[in-house]
Design a binder for this molecule. Structure first.
Ligand code: 9MR
Ligand code: ZN
Length: 551
């Protein structure tokens, strides 16, 4: 089908492919002792699992689940969890043979590595060199000084950081959220993440993942105004054309301060100061000093300063209606980092307001504050508060487990969860399962966390692995400027697609997804479809967290 005339990309054929099979597996694979399920959408009774030579290694009966609401599919589930021997396999049922997958101890390592390395490919302000980037090189981009939107006579060096997404903007609240996911993953699952070998310029001095995150933190530090307030974003006036980043040479602007960006900045710098303390003392101290400076500004500025695009600016907004949760997060992290009672008191005062205590997204950050309190291990923590936060994660995990049980594909997603960037909801829910288990020292929700990863990697109604370069039937045409402009057929690997969106709202998605399509199927692997198939730094980051947990 040729594309819609309103699209960014005129006169081309759409690239979206339809999954040809009716058996859905995690295309990467399963750990030996974890649950292993395939979903079948043809009437199936007996099924078998065969190895590379075609030998039957497992035989079982599929269980009829019935109609799955979010996809409309009549689902049969083939459980072969007791197959624990490492190897390469396929599922055979209803006259079809599935894609190949592995069983083994380290099956997820390559995927975890790729979704973490993805940040290197999103770096701004430096060239991507062949020895680190392979064929995905590009020149130094966005290196010129930016000017303040409100006063073009003031110029700033804000070079660095990661491009946010398919666009070349850099946004503070989005960055803080992605960094928080990555740093909490590192704090909670250090064995796994310390061992990642990313092949980046900093490799050697710090664990690679901390080297990569430092690249973003150095940029965040540049977004702080001298008085401690923090600018909301740095972008050009419009999103760039679909060109390589070094060819986007329009004037870069720094947009006004918001209290969300300011509080998130303080929070994430305080958090980072605790993570880098042993590894990079000087950097840790710089981060904490910056956070403290910003906190003084926050105390003097109790009024909410939101963000809307000023006239003439058309890039992402990341607006929010309140900064109460952001401030709570800042005080919680400052208390965790310093043990200072003053911050503890501020944190408790912030809790007088109502906001979700398990939210882990860029628009709602209360869960990060709760998590910092629970992990800080300080004796002066309030027992009742600790209990309240723990209970909040437990209750949320329980609620989400019920939702997962109702889904034929095991996703902890109801109809409304399939919005723009639904895979972030999916992975954030995986995080809640992981956190609930971590706090209780239990394995109660491990299977649920894993099912979210299974969905991401192929056990879903479109059959796609939503990670570029991972799995035999994976996304390859995300809405990501360099991936399109580089002219290389195979996409940069490790990019997590936003995933199905029940309310597709870009011209190509509207053309490609027929009205009435069930939400889990509202997807197309096409570069035009930004409301379905963009990538962002904060869709990769909860994926890093979940994969680190389950592996
Ligand atoms: O994820 C955001 C979505 O919920 C909004 O409807 C959309 C339009 O404002 O913006 C999305 O966020 C984008 C951001 O504004 C700019 N960088 C890419 C983000 C993901 O598409
Ligand atoms: Zn750039």
């Amino acid at each position: 089908m040729a594309n819609s005339s309103d699209s960014y990309f005129k006169n081309r054929e759409y690239t979206n492919k339809k999954f040809p099979l009716h058996i859905f597996v995690n295309q990467v694979g399963y750990l030996p002792h974890s649950e292993k399920r395939a979903v079948i959408t043809l009437p199936a009774e007996d099924f078998s699992v065969i190895d590379e030579q075609g030998n039957i290694c497992f035989e079982g009966k599929a269980v009829h689940f019935g109609i799955d609401e979010c996809s409309g599919d009549d689902v049969y589930i083939a459980d072969f969890s007791s197959l624990t021997l490492s190897g390469k396999y396929r599922v055979r049922a209803a006259g079809e043979t599935s894609l190949e997958f592995c069983v083994g101890e380290n099956v997820l390592d390559r995927t975890l590595n790729a979704v973490t390395k993805a940040y290197y490919f999103l770096r701004c302000g430096c060239p991507l060199e062949e020895k680190y980037a392979g064929k995905f090189t590009h020149g130094k981009c966005h290196g010129e000084r930016a000017v303040l939107w409100e006063d073009n006579s003031v110029s700033l060096d804000i070079c660095g950081g990661w491009h946010d997404a398919g666009d070349y903007g850099r946004y503070v609240t989005a960055a803080a959220c992605a960094v928080a996911h990555l740093l909490y993953a590192y704090k909670m699952f250090p064995e796994k993440l310390k061992g990642l070998s990313l092949n980046i310029p900093e490799s050697g001095a710090l664990p690679d993942i901390l080297g990569e995150v430092k690249y973003e933190l150095e940029w965040l530090l540049k977004m702080q105004r001298e008085d401690g307030a923090v600018y909301h974003k740095a972008t050009t006036q419009h999103h760039a054309a679909f060109v390589m980043p070094e060819n986007d040479v329009n004037q870069m602007y720094v947009l006004p301060v918001s209290t969300m960006a300011t509080a998130d900045f303080a929070a994430v710098c305080a958090l980072a100061s605790t993570v880098y303390r042993d590894e990079d003392r000087e950097f840790s101290e710089r981060l904490l000093a910056a956070a403290a400076n910003t906190c003084r500004w926050l105390e003097d500025s109790p009024e909410f300063i939101g963000f809307e695009n000023p006239d003439g600016c058309h890039t992402g907004t990341y607006g929010e209606w309140t900064d109460k949760d952001n401030r709570f997060w800042a005080w919680a992290e400052m208390f965790a980092a310093t043990g200072n009672e003053h911050y503890h008191e501020n944190m408790k005062k912030a809790l007088k307001e109502e906001f979700p205590l398990t939210a882990l997204g860029y628009g709602s950050v209360g869960g990060f504050g709760a998590l910092s309190y629970l992990l800080c291990g300080r004796n002066c923590c309030d027992k009742a508060l600790t209990e309240k936060f723990t209970q909040a994660f437990r209750a949320d995990a329980e609620r989400l487990a019920h939702i997962s049980d109702k889904c034929g594909y095991g996703a902890a997603m109801d109809e409304r969860s399939y919005c723009w960037g639904s895979n972030m909801n999916l992975m954030k829910r995986g995080m809640v399962f992981a956190i609930a288990d971590y706090l209780a020292h239990s394995d109660k929700y491990r299977t649920y966390a894993q099912r979210q990863a299974d969905y991401l990697l192929g056990v879903n109604a479109t059959g796609y692995s939503y990670v570029t370069g991972i799995g035999d039937f994976c996304c390859n045409y995300p809405h990501l400027r360099p991936a399109y402009a580089d002219g290389i057929e195979k996409c940069i690997p490790g990019m997590v697609s936003g995933g199905p969106n029940g309310r597709p709202c870009d011209p190509d998605a509207i053309a490609l997804v027929p009205k009435g399509t069930p939400p889990m199927k509202c997807f197309a692997d096409d570069v035009g479809c930004y409301s379905l198939n963009e990538i962002t730094i904060y869709w990769n980051s909860p994926t890093v967290f979940v994969l680190a947990y389950i592996s």
